[in-house]
Design a protein around this ligand. Sequence first.
Ligand SMILES: NC(=O)c1ccc[n+]([C@@H]2O[C@H](COP(=O)([O-])OP(=O)(O)OC[C@H]3O[C@@H](n4cnc5c(N)ncnc54)[C@H](O)[C@@H]3O)[C@@H](O)[C@H]2O)c1
Length: 420
Amino acid sequence: MSTEKLVVIGQGYVGLPLAMRAVEAGMEVTGLDTDSYRIKRLTTGDSFVEDVPADRLGRALASGRYHPTTEYADAEGFDVCAITVPTPLHDGTPDLSFVEQAGAGIGPYLRPGCLVVLESTTYPGTTEELLRPLLESASGLRSPDDFHLGYSPERIDPGNPSWQLENTPKVISGIGPAALARTDQFYRRIVARTVPVGSTRVAELTKLIENTFRQVNIALINELAVLSHDLDIDVWQAIEAAGTKPFGFMPFQPGPGVGGHCLPIDPCYLSWQVKRRLGRQFRFIELANDINHEMPEHVTRRIMAGLNRTGHAVNGARLLLLGLAYKKNTGDLRDSPAVDVAQRLCDLGADVRAVEPYAEPHHLPAGVLIVPLTEQEVRAADAVVVVTDHDVFDYDLVVRHARYVFDARNRCSGPVVERL
Ligand SMILES: NC(=O)c1ccc[n+]([C@@H]2O[C@H](COP(=O)([O-])OP(=O)(O)OC[C@H]3O[C@@H](n4cnc5c(N)ncnc54)[C@H](O)[C@@H]3O)[C@@H](O)[C@H]2O)c1
């Protein structure tokens, strides 16, 4: 059997790990991305995705079976195509333009018997209603008769050392039994366990259930944190204690809000579809979005109150923020609540400095000076704010030398520390 030829459209947080894994599984992989800056970096072995260290990328390039490119023509002759392009919101509405462009771009290269799988997170119905007709009209082929079409949501958790693509069960689906079988055959080479479901809509909804569940539970615990502070009760202790219940409870942690490409966005894909198809509101989602959205404002108010207690106005105060990424141990700044907090503090006239070891320099917010975490910086700050609790930070150093710490992540303790 000849080497299976895979093209992965989109070489970002989802597409690059998939491409690497496929190379390691022996496939010939074209990593296609319209961002020429990213492709240039990949070609020279420079990875921007934390879960793909440079040596792993280097091995893939050295194998001669990984080909980063900006050209759709390089997809010619592919057996399997995985689409991992962004699915953002535009004014609160799903923006499927990247999926449309990817479908139109790859369509002319479809051959009878090939497999196309959408991995981007999206509302139930996208694969059948949007991608299928696009591919059919661009190729002149029909699904399921001439080519296979499937949907398989990505569950990647950037920065998680235990759960990677290969050991996380992968939900798979296809339009028709042959497409499902072909999708299963492909992913069995990539992951340890596949979870076949009955339709692409079920697979699309599965992903949205997972992220909506997290969004709602984080909102619940965030609201609880705000109320517990006003009630003068230590919410962190209560959550830890509740977490000892061996059944029926799953601990979620409060924080400065939610960010990244998933939680602030994916549930809106579901509520948008519910509104569009049923004319009804998905009330849990609306409420959770509101609560999580208000958290950066709440954190800012708490910092102002804390500064006030130590005799400082926020205007003119020197603040040191730890972490700007939306989650720890990653450099992803998309929709980061930490950036929101930083911008609010800048707008209030504070001198905002931040320690952010992971983010790409050109993505960092304007007006915020990036500094290393040193004793001098900590001592000079009127307040140190733990916004994103990267594991590399020396929290002992912070607590030893800071005058006042506002900790939105429960990483510090001591007399100068106030927690969310
Ligand atoms: N990042 C995560 O943790 C995560 C987890 C699960 C699911 N997802 C979903 O996976 C999808 C991709 O997310 P991501 O984080 O990898 O995004 P990303 O922005 O890191 O990567 C997407 C890449 O696609 C490229 N691209 C856009 N349009 C293109 C086109 N027409 N042709 C070729 N390349 C194109 C972009 O240049 C970019 O490099 C989204 O739907 C997201 O919701 C993301």
